[in-house]
Design a protein around this ligand. Sequence first.
Ligand code: ARG
Length: 473
Amino acid sequence: MKKNQGRENSPKKLWAGRFSQALDPLVESFTASIPYDIRLLPYDIAGSLAHVKMLARQGILSVKNSRLIQKGLREILEEWSRGGLTFTLADEDVHLFVEKRLTAGIGPVGGQLHTGRSRNDQVALDLRLFMRDQINTLRQDLKTLQQNILAIARKHEGVVLPGYTHLQRAQPVLLAHHLLAYVEMFCRDQERLAEIWNRVNVLPLGSAALAGTTFPIDRLWVARELGFRTISANSMDAVSDRDFVLEFLSAGAILMMHFSRLAEELVLWSGSEFNFVAIEDAFCTGSSIMPQKKNPDVAELIRGKTGRVYGNLMAALTLMKGLPLTYNRDLQEDKEPVFDTVDTLLPSTRLLARMLPRIVFKAQVMKKATAQGHLLATDLADYLVGKGLDFRNAHRVVGEIVASALKNEKELLQIPLALLQQFSPVFDQDVFQWLDLETALARRNTPGGTAPGQVRMALKNMEKKLCRPDYPF
Ligand code: ARG
């Protein structure tokens, strides 16, 4: 049998020395990762540049050949930036593609690049470099979103709306307080991403296939050259570890869940049942049949896309379960979930940051809603406690008052004193001042509460935090 027969259409693979048969064409398309891992090309080249410089420093390669390889790599990067590079499935993955282009460009000396490394440590390096960049971008964009929400909260400092539990009107709160709740969530997301970034920022290169290499490489130099905080301690762990992927996908799922909750409130609030906000036309679309419709699609799709981000985490967790040490080809499946989560999170963050400042918050509608639904019933019970009743008793008395108010379609403030006194003799004229919305809000003066003074302080603290030039790093 002719060696590599049937390879007329598919050029011989770089690894095909020990093979006597061509790949089945279905296998080629099934195993190729290049259609998606091509986006790692700039990182692959950055890693190779550091590697080949180190090889020359260590006398493993001649300085001349190292320079030639560096020039060849830079040319590939330039061609890629110009959009001038095309690949086929036969190129298999980004690593083999770059090496093939390199050898085509500078000749057989390109074959020296792979000295002392393996695709196993190379792919882990590429993914870590990619994720370092993406997490940085995400954190900057998230900071912008946080700042924008903070500015909206400031602008609407006096606006009151019903706070809800069980999606039932519960107690009045300041809109700024409600909005700051999201900024707090995003602060925790920032912290999670910062920690993950630190664990991504470890150099796996130099682990080679699984056991290290026989060449006298200098891993610390490469780590410094590529801006890594440290080097991985165990070569077998380094080529098979994807904890950093799982952590990112998990933090991404939590962040997307936060986006989804915010999106859900926008969907609810923009509907005519709530009518608390108006979303700008630029962020809505119409209906193909109902001419009156203006749908909050961006918010709905952020909510909807949360599903795929959860799915990416599940896919990666399931991928890792049961993998024996060390590298297994299964690991090639780690990249698409990462890419998809990044490609969903970044536009979602940016869209929210653009859409929110252009939303109209309808202060009058919100205020009117706080006047309906007995939102100050808790305050009325607290009033009775102030007059000497125990809270359980006070709760029962106010429950009876609310039942009667509901029957007569009245709000608490509309009940005359004489009637209140039928439920409890301790009611006095001062109860009406007590039930005033402003005084009721001001009473919630515990740290973290919605009293205007507390919210003003919370706004100031958050502003100080977000304005630090080094936030979120
Ligand atoms: N495309 C592969 C991946 O993404 C690169 C590493 C391949 N290593 C190997 N020994 N076949 O995981």
